[in-house]
Write a protein that binds this ligand. Structure first.
Ligand code: KG4
Ligand code: ZN
Length: 368
């Protein structure tokens, strides 16, 4: 089964072709980084407009790189939500148009489910073993932080979630406070490489007795620590000028620090304070619910410290028979391969949608 996937839920225009829910034949991601960088975050209106321009060339490139013809496609899959309404609509309409014109089924995919199914994808010649159920999944992205028990295909049970900021959002806000740029996760990870994670005391919200997380206190603690270190800025001392690119939307003004400020230590301590509760609480839940595999999903799954720490905690608590899996780096952050991959499993359970399918910016993960 060959599926074309389309993903436009946020700031990446992406299309991909995946065979059998696992083998990635092509994956094209057109980033809008240049458009949003000067704003310090994604501007929904700008994102939607750029998707309109990018979607057709991106789909054509994905088909070309996969070496498949439109007629070879068995289904068209698209992200239905959660995400930015105006951005989602572009992908949904493109997918409907193609499915209708080709006479192929339309599959509406939950973005969170797609992130989880990225763990089934492979772009190397040898397909690795599939994750074994029950699977304990830590889903960590810019908008979500959820602990999910997956008992079978399409069967998800929520165990916990963030009570405030998502882990990726915490990375993004922390990076903004430290003047490290956007997106924050990779920026903090890079700065932290030469930092001492024990240089500063930063709080962890353990929320004992629950499987929930919280990162807003950590963000406030970083704000309090860095406030006295910031240099006063005059009006024309902005790091990012109000260039013509910003148009009617406000340009972000990055804080400025003295050259000898301990930014690397702060980044390392901040990263550690996000990663530690995520890894420890996921391992505890894996033990409690008898998981046979632990998987990481979402953009923050690209974080090397989180991958290593989770592996160590699960090994210590659950032993060597419970493997920890995570997608290849390219399939952690938003991409359409995960959408096309998830679609194959959705088709197998007979969940197709009609032309009336709409987008749902707050779509929750299906519960069973
Ligand atoms: O899944 P994703 O691409 O988009 C959403 O669905 O939200 O996740 C984006 C998030 C951003 O917050 C970004 O800072 C974070 O993932 N991220 C990382 C890393 N790469 C991306 N966080 C920590 N370390 C990384 N290497
Ligand atoms: Zn995502």
């Amino acid at each position: 089964m060959i599926v074309l996937g389309i993903e436009t839920s946020c700031d990446e225009t992406s299309a991909a072709v995946v065979s059998g829910g696992r083998r990635v034949l092509s994956s094209v991601v057109s980033s809008q980084f240049d458009l949003h960088e000067c704003h310090g975050g994604v501007v929904p209106e700008l994102a939607a407009r750029r998707h309109v321009i990018a979607i057709v060339p991106v789909v054509e490139q994905a088909l070309r790189e996969a070496g498949v013809d439109r007629d070879d496609l068995d289904a068209i899959a698209v992200t239905q939500g959660p995400g930015l309404a105006g951005a989602l609509v572009v992908g949904m309409n493109a997918a409907k148009g193609m499915a209708y014109a080709l006479g192929r089924p339309l599959v509406a995919v939950n973005h969170l489910e797609a992130h989880i199914y990225a763990n089934w994808l492979c772009d190397a010649p040898d397909l690795p073993e599939e994750p074994v159920f029950p699977i304990l999944c830590l889903l960590v992205s810019g908008g979500h932080t959820e602990l999910i028990l997956m008992t079978g295909h399409g069967r998800f049970r929520h165990l916990g979630r963030t009570l405030d900021d998502a882990a990726g959002e915490a990375f993004d806000k922390g990076a903004r406070l430290l003047g490290l740029g956007f997106p924050g996760g990779p920026a903090i990870e890079h700065a932290a490489r030469v930092g001492d994670p024990h240089g500063f005391e930063l709080p962890r919200a353990w929320l004992s007795g629950t499987h929930d997380f919280s990162f807003s206190g950590l963000k406030t603690a970083l704000l309090r620590l860095t406030e006295p270190m910031r240099l006063a800025q005059s009006n024309n001392n902005s790091e990012i000028s109000s260039s013509s690119r910003s148009g009617p939307f406000r340009a972000h003004r990055a804080p400025v620090y003295a050259p000898n400020s301990p930014i690397a230590d702060l980044a390392a301590g901040f990263q550690e304070a996000i990663v530690e509760p995520l890894a420890v609480k996921t391992a505890r839940a894996a033990l409690e619910f008898g998981a046979r595999t632990v998987v990481l999903a979402g953009g923050v799954a690209a974080n090397t410290l989180l991958r290593e720490r989770l592996r160590r905690e699960v090994l210590d608590l659950c032993g060597p028979d419970v493997p920890v899996a995570y997608p290849a780096f390219a399939f952690c952050t938003d991409n359409a391969a995960m959408v096309a991959g998830a679609a194959a499993w959705i088709i197998r359970r007979g969940d197709l949608v009609g032309w009336e399918a709409d987008v749902y910016p707050r779509l929750p993960l299906m519960r069973t």
